[in-house]
Design a protein around this ligand. Structure first.
Ligand SMILES: [Zn+2]
Length: 146
């Protein structure tokens, strides 16, 4: 897989991700989702449909998958330290994720400003279709324990 690797980790190190993309950081699309969950975490997410995400579960028991509202995605959290690492969806086409850039050890200085986004008006079908076409493919079957 071409591109650079960016490693994010929860605070205690139980769960981490490697996000690979060929897109330079200065051109990343950074989203600040305005849903109640993302606001409480000050989440900054990004994705690249041509990139990849790989999760690592050093302590799988600390993985917590949280679902709310339409329950169309799993929010990947560490049960031990509470870090929100990523959101993940699995469809017949595959598994896709957005990573929370707050889990990087530091935010790259050239990171563009986040755009506030709301998806409240989407139907569940539209939401799945958007994620399949815009989110980053996840490497590894089922991306760890569910
Ligand atoms: Zn943790």
């Amino acid at each position: 897989m071409a591109g650079r690797a960016y490693e994010g980790s929860c605070h205690c190190g139980a769960i981490s991700y490697v996000y690979r993309t060929a897109v330079p950081v200065s051109q990343w699309q950074v989203r600040a989702c305005q849903c109640s969950f993302c606001r409480t975490h000050a989440a900054l997410t990004t994705s690249d449909a041509a990139g990849s995400v790989e999760f690592r579960f050093d302590r799988p028991d600390d993985l917590h998958l949280y679902r709310f509202a339409l329950k169309t995605a799993d929010f990947v959290l560490c049960r031990n330290c509470g870090t929100y690492l990523a959101a993940r969806i699995t469809t017949p086409k595959g598994s896709y994720a957005v990573v929370n850039l707050r889990a990087l050890s530091r935010l790259p200085p050239e990171l563009p400003a986040a755009q506030g986004v709301t998806y409240d008006a989407e139907s569940p079908e539209d939401r799945v279709a958007r994620r399949e076409s815009h989110w980053t493919p996840v490497l590894g079957v089922a991306a760890g324990p569910a």
